[in-house]
Write a protein that binds this ligand. Structure first.
Ligand SMILES: *Cc1c(COP(=O)(O)O)cnc(C)c1O
Length: 378
């Protein structure tokens, strides 16, 4: 095999699932690819590049400063490390040994979700200990108050469709309680479109993925308080070194943040919503499916198609429909990671109208094939 031989043929994939790590995250946009290509063959002063990234992040988020990490999961570990060490290099080099440091990170139990890695493990990776408060479906301010103490380094707040959506302490109350005790609040907003709101509502650091809605190369973004961001950047002399981002990740993150600011986002969301509505229209007459449009649970500007599968009518449940679609060529992946046996979702963000039409045809064919197995045709 020579170096310029093509990759072995990979099965084509149509992604109607949303921005999924397992499907290679978002399709990177032209700006991200050009910025990466332009810098890959050059030598750069990395601290100057980090400085440019900090400015671009500050402009996009309204934060004092920012830094780019390997991904949002790395951003959680790095932010937790920063809260424990500050800018003290001796402490930075000592991690994950946290003897003598404040090393507890408070987290609502209902926020400890699995995003294909577990939030609590990303905290522990820095050497910190997770102190969970509340129950999966209920946490209250007094429990947060009670958990903050001498050893508290930070409190982590997770915004995601994968956390408990009810019964949790709201962000403002969470920040007010922590602020009164001088405890920094780190917000994992990896998949959230709102680049300014969490900091504006009191978070000290907010963490995002660059390869989700922004359409960048794989990278993470930390935005927030200047002293904490500096401590995050310095982790590259410590545990951050094992999860460092390259120049191409930083350059493409700057590019996608600028692109996002200049983009006509309303027009993009109108196109995506139209794609979801068109899919719903294509599917609504199929017997045994109940099709509806659904808003994103955390308020992101995404409208998805929910398809409830009536097993008695179709001869299959939503899980087997989803598996059958994924086994096709091209493989069709629908949003089924939080599958209840009854329904799947189609996400309009990472595919073309033609691809979405193909997804709908595959669903129609699967249902028809399954029905013909349980009932006489006609
Ligand atoms: C996607 C996601 C992550 C991980 O983001 P990466 O940038 O892929 O590491 C962390 N937390 C939440 C809530 C996520 O949705």
């Amino acid at each position: 095999m020579t170096a310029n031989e093509p990759l072995p043929d990979l099965k084509p994939v149509i992604n109607a699932a949303g921005t999924m790590t397992a499907l290679g995250a978002a399709a990177a946009n032209r700006e991200a690819i050009e910025a990466a290509a332009a810098i890959l063959t050059r030598a750069v002063d990395m601290s100057e590049l980090h400085g440019a990234a900090s400015l671009a992040i500050a402009q996009a988020t309204g934060a004092e400063a920012g830094c780019v990490t390997a991904c949002a999961a790395a951003g959680i570990s790095v932010a937790v490390a920063a809260a424990m060490t500050g800018d003290d290099l001796a402490r930075i080099e000592r991690l994950p040994d946290t003897g003598g440091l404040k090393n507890e990170v408070v987290l609502q139990k209902g926020h400890n979700c699995h995003f294909s890695g577990e939030i609590a493990q990303m905290v522990r990776l820095a050497g910190a200990t997770v102190v969970e408060i509340g129950a999966v479906n209920r946490a209250r301010g007094y429990q947060l108050e009670g958990a903050l103490g001498e050893r508290t380094a930070a409190a982590l707040y997770v915004v995601s469709h994968q956390t408990s959506q009810v019964g949790m302490i709201g962000l403002e109350e969470f920040c007010t309680i922590c602020q009164a005790r001088g405890v920094p609040v780190l917000v994992d907003a990896a998949a959230e479109y709102d680049l300014q709101g969490f900091l504006a509502r009191g978070a000290d650091l907010a963490i995002y993925s660059a390869h989700k809605f922004l359409g960048g190369l794989t990278a993470g973004i930390i935005a927030g308080r200047e002293d904490l961001v500096r401590a995050c950047t310095l982790q590259e002399c410590g545990i951050g070194r094992a999860m460092k981002v390259g120049k191409e990740g930083i350059a493409s993150t700057i590019a996608v943040l600028r692109r996002w600011q200049a983009l006509d986002k309303e027009a993009l969301w109108r196109r995506e919503t139209a794609r979801a509505k068109r899919a719903a229209g294509n599917l609504q007459d199929i017997a045994g499916l109940a099709v509806s449009l659904e808003a994103d649970p955390t308020g992101n500007p995404v409208t998805r198609v929910r398809i409830e599968v009536d097993a008695a009518h179709t001869g299959m449940d939503a899980g087997s429909l989803s598996l059958g679609l994924a086994a096709g060529n091209p493989a069709v992946h629908v949003r089924a990671h939080d599958i209840d046996p009854g329904s799947i979702l189609l996400d309009p963000c990472n595919l073309s109208d033609a691809d979405m039409d193909h997804v709908c045809r595959c669903i129609a064919e699967s249902v028809a094939a399954s029905r013909s197995g349980i009932a006489p045709a006609g």
